[in-house]
Design a protein around this ligand. Sequence first.
Ligand code: SF4
Length: 365
Amino acid sequence: MPQKTRFNSLRKSADNPICRPLIIPIFIPQAGCPHQCVFCNQRTITGIEARIPSRTAIVQCVESFLSHSSANRSPVEIAFYGGNFLGLSSDTIDFLLDVVRPFVEQARVQSLRCSTRPDSISPETIDRLTGFPFSTIEIGVQSMDDAVLNLSQRGHTGQDNTSAIALVKAGGYRVGAQLMIGLPGDSKTRAVETATRISDMLPDFVRIYPTVVLKGSLLAKWFAAGHYSPLNLHHAIDQAKAMMRVFQRHQIPVIRMGLQPTECLMQPGEILAGPFHPAFGFLVVASHFKDMACDILDGCAHIPPHIQIHVNPRNDSAMRGHKNETIHALKQRYPLHHIDVILDNSLSAGHIRIMSGDGSVLHSV
Ligand code: SF4
């Protein structure tokens, strides 16, 4: 198969819903970054590529993932995360790609992905990926609002985000947009505006991260001085939910909401403040399901005392909420004595239908 055709098919295989990809992260913390963004907790090491793992460390990491993962995970992808991959020097990129080359040549790894800053994406930097099976480029968009980007000392504009997404798409790569809520100067209105503008560009997926105050970040100093207040958990859930709904309307997958609760992050004193929750994404989705139920019940002239809420089996826990919290809340808010959650394969994931106990449909969304 010609190389370009083979790589294109790899990019498409990532869309196959029956395949569960195995992503092997190689972290290059803050490597390639021109400066330190206010919310980042890594100190800048100017001109020193010390945050690039050694050849041995990378090989050990990949081998470890390959040996501990089930055989049916496909495609296997190596991901360069945590830094600005396309901002690295050519020598460093060549080094990293040289280390992973044997895994690709032996077909033990099918594709590569990286995260990078939008202002590091250009036709020239994208060209550096040629000859390697890169499937996906994730872009640290954070916000489309120039004031928010400026206050966060990102060093790029919303227009840079737009250009970067267009370039990555034109190159035939899958594009992911990494977004943040609760940055300095941000608001729910601005977050929804960001989601709307990003949706118009049709990325393949997005991630939404709430801003937390990390030890060692500039934001930590601002927080200590009273110049920055993070969102509380309630408002963070509300904003992420509002953005998620925009992406849902455009059928753009939101593949992650909330920071990964890594061992390092969970150490006492690493997160000084902010809406961190290990199950943040679940809380957002559960809140969305609760809202859908409330919208239906609010529109009912007469609410029967016994209702059934039908959901796709995948949405059982999202409908119930943590420890059945949503069911308890609905019973408190409405004159309901009994609520059954019925798992119903005839409903698509993300939808609910509420029926009265006697089987008549109240409403579906
Ligand atoms: S570009 Fe990303 S990794 Fe680099 S300093 Fe900013 S937030 Fe941190």
